[in-house]
Design a binder for this molecule. Structure first.
Ligand code: C5P
Length: 305
């Protein structure tokens, strides 16, 4: 027996970051969307659990037990009190260290695939607690669609969303999420030394605008574009100033909106329709700022074959 799961990457349309918590995480408020760029996770019945990785980005992730797919499978087995068995095969098409939650997608895919193989409840509701333990973005990988994320990003409220077309500009380098958050903390500490100012990232509690949620429901592109924001942009720019050029370049080429996804470095550009997205992707692809430019649509979901 085998199970095959296609799990989407995510982008963040907004990302507000609160102060550092005692557990080392930050309280967030984010608007996630799952996009049509997928990793594939398969599990084949076998006595012992192990993982193999193939696909375009296979060389950039561990091929041993530290791979997030295997870690997720072992966490599920421990939770459910069953033996961890099966050969996991990950086909890695989501760029790595890109702000697209590709590792979380692999973890989410492994949870669903193994739950099915082992005869456990494979619904998102049943898997969410173990997903949250494995990583902050894993719960959203299970849910897909569009959702507001709070807490570490693991407390999710699904929201209705019209179909949108995006271009993902994949950078020729990665960014480490903990490193970007550390820079965010340093910037917030600098701000705290100055007299109180509005807009200081850690000063105000994060919130998601009702206007944005309405625009997302109706597909109001100018309004969505006006609300795109990411508190991790400033720290990401400290590490990679050239990201400012990428964002400007996509906007100059006619994107309706532009935003850094997650902790970056992927920049997401909003297009008017699928044709516009394909055109924009072709133009961005020619730029040395991008390793790759991919036209995607959203929202999308996990597909179990
Ligand atoms: O949960 P996950 O392993 O995906 O998070 C990776 C890192 O990102 C954490 O170790 C932490 O440094 C940072 N992070 C954070 N606050 C969050 C989510 C992630 O500081 N809400």
């Amino acid at each position: 027996m085998s199970v095959r799961v296609r799990v989407p990457a995510k982008i963040n349309l907004t990302l507000s970051v609160g102060p550092l918590r005692p557990d080392g995480y930050h309280d967030l408020m984010t608007l996630f969307q799952a996009v049509s760029l997928f990793d594939v996770v398969e599990v084949h019945a076998a006595d012992e659990l192990r993982v193999a990785v193939h696909g375009r980005y296979a060389d950039e992730v561990p091929h041993d037990a530290s791979n997030l797919a295997e870690r997720a499978a072992r966490a599920l087995a421990a939770h459910a009190g069953v033996e961890a068995t099966g050969h996991l095969r990950v086909t890695k098409e989501i760029p790595v260290a890109a702000g697209l939650a590709g590792g979380s997608a692999d973890a989410g895919g492994a949870l669903i695939a193994c739950a099915r193989l082992w005869g456990l409840d494979a619904s998102p509701a049943a898997l969410l607690p173990v997903a949250a333990e494995v990583g902050s973005d894993v719960p959203f990988a299970l849910l897909g669609g569009a959702a507001v994320g709070q807490g570490r990003g693991e407390r999710l409220t699904p929201v209705e969303a019209a179909q949108l077309h995006w271009v993902l500009a994949v950078a020729p380098f990665g960014l480490s999420t903990p490193e970007v958050f550390r820079r965010f903390d340093a910037l917030s500490a600098d701000d705290a030394l100055r007299p109180p100012a509005t807009g200081s990232p850690a000063a105000s509690p994060p919130e998601t605008d009702a206007e944005l949620l309405a625009a997302l429901r109706s597909g109001d592109l100018p309004m969505i574009s006006r609300h795109l924001s990411n508190d991790l942009l400033a720290p990401a720019l400290m590490l990679r100033p050239e990201l400012a050029e990428t964002l400007e370049h996509g906007t100059r080429l006619g994107a309706v909106g532009a935003v850094l996804s997650g902790s970056g470095p992927t920049c997401a550009f909003l297009a008017t329709d699928a044709h516009h997205a394909a055109e924009l992707a072709a133009q961005l692809q020619r730029s040395e700022l991008c390793r790759d430019a991919v036209a995607v649509s959203a929202p999308t979901h996990v597909v179990v074959d």
